[in-house]
Design a protein around this ligand. Structure first.
Ligand SMILES: [Zn+2]
Length: 357
């Protein structure tokens, strides 16, 4: 089955983890055997061949760079200009993958439809490029609103105003407070240019203010449910209802701490916490029960988003195992039409609507 994954930090893996994502995951991990600079060394699950193996032909891929003000202890750059420069390096990697025929940028209805047709042409022998929709996770690197315009020109189509902590435009996970005045301007410009607003990572105050102000298309690329794992990073039922009312699609995440309660980073391990793929379906099902249908859930795995096999479902060896989801959803009582929608149809409907002429 064709699968769309709405959240992968591919260029971050390429440039900060030094992973050549054209390689099979086994070779990437082999090469990291001796490294211990990051907790997920040798535990990668994502590479371009694995995406092809899993029939995951379209992804939302990030640019990501944080600005930190003095006193902010999160990792990040000391000026927005440095953060911008990092995102431009990440863009250069995506472009290099396009030059190599490995990836192709999807940025409008036309590129979307021709890409989907290519992946459904029945020719299993050609090596198809992975389609990517460019998204910015945390908007700190947008130095001025003019940079937002430039970003649209190079293909950026979705923006999450915040990531972890306080941001220049909005407050993110583990922070509190509303949008800054620059953040309100940013949303206005995003709406004018038809950027998709990614509600993921907005803290509650910023989330509700953004929902009030922004009249454009909203999705949540990678988000689970607060009722099942109580943390401000997760959506409350009220937030889920608001997103459903706005026609949003919410991508289920495969980061263990957002799947099962009481996960202790660096201590817990997936089998003993019973963290398996089916747990993501509990989160998706909660959203479907609130919505009364299966039209607002999908996949935004976040795999290799600064964690690897040590912190994801134990029955997932590589991202190709997303292909286990269709039968798991069927087993849960979902219809085959529901499953088609969850695996790709909901993201496609959202994009076709957002990008219609
Ligand atoms: Zn994230």
């Amino acid at each position: 089955m064709f699968i769309i994954d709405a959240h992968l930090d591919l260029s971050m893996n390429a440039l900060e983890w030094n992973r050549d994502l054209r390689q099979p995951v086994t070779l990437i991990n082999e090469r990291e055997k001796e490294l211990s600079d990051k907790p997920d060394r040798g535990k990668a699950t994502v590479s371009l061949p694995e995406l092809r193996k899993g029939n995951i032909g379209l992804v939302v891929a990030t640019q990501i760079a944080r600005y930190v003000a003095p006193g902010n202890t999160l990792p990040g750059w000391h000026s927005p200009e440095q953060a911008w420069a990092q995102t431009q390096g990440q863009l250069a990697w995506y472009k290099a993958m396009e030059d190599a025929g490995e990836m192709v940028q999807i940025k409008d209805a036309q590129t979307l439809e021709s890409h989907i047709a290519h992946w459904n042409d029945g020719n299993v022998n050609d090596i198809k490029p992975i389609g990517y929709i460019l998204s910015l996770e945390g908007a700190d690197s947008i130095v001025t609103l003019n940079h937002l315009e430039r970003a649209w020109q190079y293909g950026l189509r979705a923006v999450g105003p915040a990531h972890y902590g306080p941001g220049r435009y909005a407050q993110g996970t583990n922070a509190t407070g509303k949008l800054s005045s620059a953040g309100r301007e940013l949303l206005k410009e995003m709406e004018r240019m038809n950027f998709i607003l990614d509600a993921t990572h907005l803290c509650d105050d910023s989330f509700w203010e953004a929902m009030d102000l922004f009249k454009g298309h909203v999705w949540a690329s990678h988000n689970n449910v607060r009722t099942l794992v109580n943390h401000n990073r997760q959506f409350s039922d009220e937030q889920i209802k608001e997103l459903v009312n706005r026609g949003a699609v919410i991508g289920g995440v495969l980061d263990a701490w957002m799947m099962v309660p009481n996960w202790e980073r660096g201590q817990s391990d997936p089998p003993s916490m019973n963290c398996k793929l089916e747990v993501m379906i509990d989160h998706a099902d909660h959203i479907c029960q609130l919505a009364g249908n299966a039209l607002h859930v999908a996949i935004g795995s976040d795999l290799d988003g600064a964690f690897g096999r040590e912190q994801c479902p134990y029955d997932l060896e590589t991202i190709a195992d997303l292909q286990k989801f269709p039968s798991l959803f069927l087993k849960r009582g979902y219809s085959s039409m529901d499953v088609d929608n969850i695996m790709h149809g909901n993201w496609l409907r959202f994009l076709r609507n957002a990008w219609k002429a």
